[in-house]
Design a protein around this ligand. Structure first.
Ligand code: AHZ
Length: 325
């Protein structure tokens, strides 16, 4: 025991063994746990329990109302608002990494705390997430607390499915309905991320697709149904970042990639929120988070996360309005 141990810590360590209570206290009767055993299981049962559910989900979400590309702070915030407000909409989130959460597992550099400028703290209040109030901004004690809280809430919604370790490789497109020569998105092309990364090493593995709702068997729009949407939140440029922004400028001939500008916290956060939402050049396409900075040429903000939550909420509101009309 360290010589700096306080009296309170010593008192806690000296708690009598008879008072120890934990989840298994009523099951384990022997002090050396010699009576402990798990319920029996077959190896094949474990495999079936996982694969049957995964493939049921793939089947259920093969046509989705909302496809969110990227499960970073902006994508997860948007997912929370959409899935919570419309339990009838199927929301699929495709995340190329094994770990969802994007860059928000840490605050900035390798520091723990997450800074959010007001009024983004209202989203933390909704999540019942504690913070230190510093006046114009608030501090969550660890960014991982924000990420894990949003994740835990969003994953509980039955209408939400996270397909992680899965990359969006391309967009499914159709001619726009208005016959003006424009394009609309009708789904995402997906592949296991490990396959996506190995296309050059292996022979090309054909991808899978999540289609947006509202189309008929011949690929034309079903006028009796609302069409689904894609919300892209793949972050700024990087190994996978700004995926849809880069793809969209090759689809929309009137648009050039803005390219993220240098760091300016005040301008950046306002710019990202302002630019978040429906993309006018390609129907059914929405953006939020740092991908907006790449698309529209906004500044970067560094480690202030208010605009990630708020741009996600703004895009979610527009998407909810689309489904409500
Ligand atoms: O893995 C990516 C990450 O989790 C994922 N992603 C990227 N391309 C993908 C693809 N298919 C599927 N093709 C893909 N998933 O998208 C997620 C993006 O999360 P992020 O945290 O990078 O983006 P964000 O916009 O939600 O948050 C950005 C946070 C930043 S960066 C920044 C700065 O550099 O100044 N400041 C802030 C607040």
């Amino acid at each position: 025991m360290s010589t700096t141990t306080t009296n309170t810590e010593t008192a806690q360590l000296q708690v009598s063994a008879g008072t120890i209570r934990h989840a298994l206290s009523d099951v384990v009767k022997q002090e050396d746990w010699s009576d402990f055993q798990f319920a029996p299981i077959r190896e094949s049962t474990v495999s079936r329990a996982m694969t049957s559910r995964y493939f049921q989900d793939m089947d259920k979400f093969a046509v989705s109302d909302v496809v969110i590309v990227g499960a970073g702070s902006s994508g997860l915030s948007a997912a929370y608002v959409i899935a919570k407000n419309r339990p009838d909409l199927k929301v699929a989130c495709v995340e190329s990494n094994v770990a969802p959460g994007g860059g928000a597992w840490l605050g900035g550099q390798l520091f723990s705390a997450m800074i959010m400028r007001k009024p983004a703290h209202l989203f933390l209040d909704e999540l019942e997430l504690p913070y230190e109030d510093e006046g114009d901004y608030v501090v969550v004690k660890h960014a991982a607390l924000f990420t894990s809280t949003v994740l835990s809430k969003v994953l509980l919604f039955p209408n939400f499915k996270l397909f992680n370790a899965t990359a969006v490789e391309d967009l499914v497109t159709r001619p726009a309905d208005d016959n003006t020569g424009g394009v609309s998105v009708a789904g995402v092309v997906t592949n296991w991320t490990l396959v996506s990364m190995a296309h050059d090493l292996q022979s090309c593995m054909d991808p899978n697709v999540i289609e947006l709702s509202g189309y008929q068997n011949d690929g034309t729009r079903d006028p009796s149904k609302k069409h689904g949407v894609i919300l892209s939140t793949t972050g700024h440029d990087g190994p996978f970042g700004a995926f849809s922004a880069k793809r969209i400028v090759s689809i929309d001939k009137n648009k050039k990639l803005g390219g993220m500008k240098g760091l300016d916290m005040n301008r950046a956060e306002a710019g990202v929120v302002k630019g978040a939402g429906a993309y006018s050049g390609v129907a059914n396409m929405y953006f939020a988070g740092m991908e907006v900075a790449e698309l529209e040429g906004c500044n970067r903000m560094g480690p202030t996360f208010g605009a990630m939550a708020v741009s996600g909420i703004k895009a979610a509101e527009e998407i909810l309005r689309h489904f409500a009309e």
